[in-house]
Every structure is written in structure tokens, then in C-alpha cells.
Design a protein around this ligand. Structure first.
Ligand SMILES: Nc1nc2c(c(=O)[nH]1)N[C@H]1C(S)=C(S)[C@@H](COP(=O)(O)O)O[C@H]1N2
Ligand SMILES: [Mo]
Length: 396
């Protein structure tokens, strides 16, 4: 008996790793993988481009300001972002199922062959890891679940570049196979691995059809959180349930810890420009010219809903301290959390539809929607539509 005997015995008991040849289903064919891959490519491209838009909308970029029009723009791009990511989840799972026997392929012989196999596998590992990371963190974010310590937005943005880069490399490397697979018939065996000759209950067409259906169901079950017509069928639509005044609530006043400051009789909005401060009570705000605009709240997490808001134009408020439209720092009564201060860029301030809203649907704002006053601006991510506004400061 040597020291290694127990290890050897354990190794002998473990079933051997499968070999590529052990996977014989005719469904695991490049003819299938390429067809699903095409749609994965479409969904990832849409998610990538709309993700860039969302990142731009949330990062102050003085040299290229995010436009305040069309008012519904961010609602559409962010809705597409979440819908395309959701649609991609079943596609990615089936795609991985069709190709994973390749993991068990032999590395080949000779140093050069070994190196090529290792590089190929490393690039696939990067692609799969980044794609799984993007879809799973995105899904968890749309469920408003953040069980991690890193910043979701910067990490999701950085890994997006890794995923799209790895995808471009993958498509370039596989282009001959992809082209042959897509121009050929779906039942064509020309591209198949040797030995994939087992017929199952499902045909290739059947597998593809089931995949499209799974992807469609995933979209229908969730897209009602942003597409009003789908609200009834979206059983998984995270916030399709209506909140106060017919609008979902992202963070309640209680959760934000503002209940007493928001209801305080001594509330007054502070308008600040350099050394000048003007304080306006809610009555004084209501006595100013009131404007009504229909504008959506479009949450980065994917839900959106339209509301009819009434309040004072932010540029009219700036006029009270003698300021022209400029960048405005908005500060909430909320004292902790990431969205307590936001920057309202000058082009949004200049837009006639950018309001400090006091009412929603003809009634005073509910406290959960930001009473006594909140920012509402066109084409703006929900996270920047600051609630419980206490102070507006314009760059002097
Ligand atoms: N002060 C403050 N404002 C805030 C938030 C917040 O947490 N604190 N959440 C934002 C987010 S993420 C969204 S989507 C909208 C939601 O507005 P609603 O709750 O009125 O629908 O408010 C935004 N304004
Ligand atoms: Mo949000």
C-alpha cells in the first residue's frame, strides 16, 4: 500500500470523462447551431447597441450630450435591451447544448495542434463566460436583485465589450462553417461530426421550433412590464402590477427614509445660484405657471409606464434666481443611496417638457412617487428622475 493508493482507487471508481464520439445525437449539428447562433448574434447586437445608449444616457458627456428627444426614446431602447437579453437566454442554453460535446474533443497531437486547440478553447471560454455573465446579471437586475458587491452598471458595461469582441472573433473564425450551414438544408449532414447518427424523438426542425417558442414565451412572460398591450399575459413581468396613481414604484418613501422630511410642513425647495438662494414652499410652486406633460418613467431594470405630470418648468425655476438654462445639480431629501444627487444637463433643462412635477394624473404626487416634488424629463433613464427634490443648484 502506497500513499497514493486511496487516490487511485477513487479515480478508478469515478466514471471516465466522456469523449466527443459518445455524443451521437443528430440534433447536435452545425446546421442547428448556426441557425440558433444567427439569432443569438442578432439579440446580442441589439442588446449591445441599446446598452451603449443606456450607458451614454447615464454618463455625463459634455462633448456629446444625450438628446432630450424623442421623449419616448429611452423607453424604447431600454425596453429593447431587456427584451433582447431575455430572448437570448433560451437561445444560449440550446446553443450550448448543441456544441458542448466539442469540449471533450481531443486536443490533437504535436505542439502546433495543441497550441491551436488551446487558443480556440480559451477564446470560446471567454465568449461563453462573458455571455453567461451578461445574461445572468441582466436577468437578476431586471428582477431588482443585486446579490453582488461590484457596481452592476460599470461591470455589465465592461463585460459587454468582452462579449461582443469575443463574438466577433468567434463569427470570423467560424464564418466558413456558418456560411455552409446556413446556405444548406437544415437536415444536411455535410457539416456534422463523424458518428452523429442517432435519431431521437425530435427532428432538427422540431428542436428549432421549440427553441423559438421558448424564446418567445420568455419575452411574452416579461415584456408586459414595458409594453402595455402585453401586461395581461406577462405573468413574470416584474413590476407590471400597478402602484399608487396607476404607476409602479421603484423605491418607496419608507425604504428611502424620507417619510418625515417629505411630509414636513416646513418643506421649501431651495434654488441656488452662486451666493443666491431662493426658497419656495409648495404653495408658492403651485402658484407659478403650471405645465402638463405626458412622459414615461423608463426604469433601467426594464419596466416602463407613462404618466401625466403637472408642475413647473425647471427653466422657469432657474429664472427665479436669474439663471439661463445650464447644468443643474438636483439633490433629494433622501440622505443616503446612489440616486440622492443627479445632474440634469443644460439641454434637458432647456427642454420645455422638463418639469419639477407636483402632480400626477391631476392629483398631488403620492409620497412614493416623490411628493412634494420630483424631476420628470423626456428621454431620461428612470434612475435619474429624482424623487423628493429638496434643492436645485445651477452652475453660476
Ligand atoms: N430620490 C430618489 N429618486 C429616485 C429613486 C431613488 O431611489 N431615490 N429611484 C429612481 C428610479 S431607479 C426610478 S425607475 C424612478 C421610479 O419612479 P417611481 O417610483 O415614481 O415610478 O425613480 C427614480 N428616482
Ligand atoms: Mo429604475
Amino acid at each position: 500500500m502506497t500513499l497514493l493508493d486511496p487516490v487511485r482507487r477513487a479515480a478508478a471508481r469515478r466514471p471516465p470523462a466522456p469523449a466527443e464520439e459518445d455524443f451521437t445525437s443528430r440534433l447536435r449539428s452545425p446546421a442547428v447551431a448556426a441557425r440558433i447562433g444567427l439569432w443569438l448574434g442578432v439579440t446580442f447586437t441589439v442588446a449591445f447597441l441599446t446598452g451603449i445608449v443606456s450607458h451614454w444616457a447615464q454618463s455625463p458627456t459634455p462633448w456629446l450630450s444625450f438628446p432630450s428627444r424623442p421623449a419616448w426614446g429611452y423607453r424604447v431602447t431600454q425596453g429593447l435591451h431587456v427584451v433582447s437579453g431575455t430572448a437570448a437566454i433560451p437561445l444560449l442554453l440550446v446553443k450550448l447544448w448543441t456544441v458542448y460535446p466539442r469540449l471533450f474533443a481531443s486536443f490533437g497531437r504535436g505542439a502546433r495542434q495543441l497550441l491551436v486547440s488551446a487558443l480556440e478553447r480559451a477564446s470560446i471560454a471567454v465568449l461563453v463566460a462573458s455571455a453567461v455573465f451578461q445574461l445572468s446579471t441582466g436577468l437578476m437586475n431586471s428582477a431588482q436583485w443585486y446579490p453582488w458587491a461590484f457596481s452592476f452598471r460599470s461591470t455589465h458595461f465592461a463585460v459587454a465589450w468582452v462579449a461582443i469582441g469575443a463574438l466577433v472573433v468567434h463569427v470570423a473564425v467560424k464564418l466558413p462553417v456558418i456560411r455552409a450551414a446556413l446556405t444548406g438544408h437544415v437536415d444536411d449532414e455535410g457539416q456534422d461530426r463523424a458518428g452523429t447518427d442517432a435519431d431521437g424523438a425530435l427532428s432538427r426542425r422540431g428542436l428549432l421550433r421549440s427553441t423559438w417558442v421558448a424564446s418567445g414565451v420568455a419575452v411574452l412572460a416579461s415584456a408586459g412590464s414595458t409594453v402595455p398591450l402585453l401586461r395581461e399575459v406577462s405573468v413574470l413581468g416584474v413590476r407590471s402590477g400597478d402602484g399608487p396613481q396607476g404607476l409602479p414604484v421603484n423605491k418607496s418613501a419608507r425604504a428611502a427614509g424620507v417619510t418625515s422630511s417629505a411630509l414636513s410642513p416646513s418643506y421649501a425647495l431651495e434654488l441656488v445660484r452662486g451666493g443666491t438662494t431662493v426658497r419656495l414652499t409648495r404653495e408658492q410652486l403651485l402658484a407659478m405657471p403650471q405645465v402638463t406633460e405626458e412622459l414615461p418613467i423608463a426604469c433601467v431594470e426594464g419596466w416602463s409606464a407613462s404618466g401625466t405630470w403637472t408642475g413647473v418648468r425647471v427653466k422657469d425655476l432657474l429664472a427665479e434666481v436669474g439663471a439661463e438654462p445650464g447644468d443643474v445639480v438636483v439633490t433629494s431629501l433622501q440622505t443616503s443611496g446612489p440616486y440622492t444627487t443627479t445632474l440634469l444637463p443644460a439641454n434637458f433643462v432647456a427642454d420645455d417638457a422638463t418639469l419639477l412635477a407636483l402632480q400626477l394624473d391631476g392629483e398631488d404626487l403620492s409620497i412614493d412617487h416623490g411628493y412634494p416634488a420630483r424631476v420628470i424629463a423626456p428621454n431620461r433613464p428612470g434612475v435619474l428622475q429624482t424623487k423628493w427634490v429638496g434643492r436645485l443648484e445651477v452652475e453660476a
